[in-house]
Write a protein that binds this ligand. Structure first.
Ligand code: NAD
Length: 250
């Protein structure tokens, strides 16, 4: 039986765990050849091998530190040679960084969050566009957050980068649409991953209780949205930020 993404090639950054890993698994299970990245080469290879087994698909793991835009640029240039038929990019890698009271966040800590979440994602987006445009198109999905529209106390730098990603999605969609490239974003609410694991249990329970759907999100909830936006079912959708948040209100 023909699967939705048969014959497609997809890049998923930060695919070693959490949301990225679930996305890589879902895309591979839907027929895409998947390249996932992790900060450590061995970790990426191991994750790719596991995801290949879990999905029954073809998955490769490569090293990429998104905190260094020059490295991202070099990575995307190599990717263009090794995977010239890149159809889908899910720019998922991101960090919460070291939060804390606004007056106490150091410039260095804020810079790390900006470099990984904004400049790193920006470089992935640029590289993806350079590969996709000459081929006549593709689909790019960025990861923003509910935090972009609510703001989050003690996570100011993180929320600011996610706000920037939402705006970047709109600009890129306008600019790249004529080149056949769709650019959308997913705004997860609170998803159970390593990123949210340090939150106090009572705070997570409170968020789950406030969500109209009565629970926290799972990485698979986000993966389903990524598959939809990546594939042809979303052929006339670009510049959209899709909330996957159980109905949590900004
Ligand atoms: P996670 O911490 O489990 O995974 C983050 C991934 O990004 C990991 O694979 C990690 O290795 C990678 N990463 C972090 N810093 C990196 C760097 N410098 N270079 C390369 N890779 C790096 O988090 P997650 O919950 O799976 O989050 C995935 C994405 O979803 C992030 O962009 C995050 O901001 C976003 N998001 C998550 C939630 C949530 O509730 N979990 C909510 C909104 C948005």
């Amino acid at each position: 039986m023909l699967r939705e993404l048969d014959g497609r090639t997809a890049l998923v950054t930060g695919g070693t765990r959490g949301i990225g890993r679930a996305v890589a698994r879902r895309l591979a299970a839907s027929g895409a050849t998947v390249v996932l990245t992790g900060r450590d080469a061995q970790e990426a290879k191991n994750a790719a091998a596991d995801v290949a087994v879990e999905s029954g698909g073809t998955v490769t793991g490569l090293a990429l530190d998104q905190g260094d835009p020059a490295q991202v640029e070099a990575f995307m240039t190599t990717l263009a040679v090794e995977h010239p038929a890149l159809d889908i990019v899910i720019a998922n890698a991101g960090t919460m960084g070291r939060g804390g009271p606004l007056q106490e966040i150091t410039t260095a800590d804020a810079r790390t969050v900006v470099e990984v979440n904004l400049l790193g994602t920006f470089a992935v987006l640029q590289g993806a566009a350079r590969i996709m445009a000459p081929r006549g198109g593709g689909s790019i999905v960025l990861l923003t957050s509910l935090a972009a529209s609510t703001g989050v106390a003690f996570m100011a730098a993180y929320a600011a980068t996610k706000g920037a990603i939402a705006t970047l999605t709109l600009s890129a969609a306008q600019e790249l649409g004529p080149q056949g490239i769709r650019v959308n974003a997913i705004a997860p609410g609170v998803i159970e991953t390593d990123m949210t694991a340090p939150f106090p249990r009572e705070a997570l329970d409170d968020i789950a209780a406030r969500a109209p759907l009565g629970r926290l999100g799972l990485p698979e909830d986000v993966a389903a949205a990524a598959l939809f936006l990546a594939g042809d079912e979303a052929a006339y959708i670009t510049g959209h930020v899709l909330a996957v948040d159980g109905g949590l209100q900004p």
